[in-house]
Design a protein around this ligand. Structure first.
Ligand SMILES: [Zn+2]
Length: 81
């Protein structure tokens, strides 16, 4: 029987979130006046409104709010009376 030997980490994965690639798919870039460049942003849930969830876009580098958006809930079938 072989014992499982933990191999030493060859590459340091520190600071590299494994979900980075996935997040990149939906990343949006907005111009940040602080960084003076188009920066990737992250969403932060601000408010939950009757018409949808309000998200704020924050610069990933300096955290400045670069905008917001309202994400409406899944569209419901049109109600026609
Ligand atoms: Zn910035």
């Amino acid at each position: 029987m072989k014992k499982f030997v933990r191999a030493p980490m060859q590459r340091s994965a520190r600071g590299v979130p494994p979900r980075k690639q996935f997040e990149g798919l939906r990343a949006t870039e907005l111009y940040c006046p602080i960084c003076k460049a188009s920066m990737p942003v992250r969403e932060r849930l601000l408010l939950v409104l009757p018409e949808g969830d309000k998200y704020e876009y924050l610069c990933v580098r300096c955290g400045t709010s670069l905008g917001d958006k309202i994400v409406k809930e899944a569209p419901k079938p049109a109600l026609i009376i």
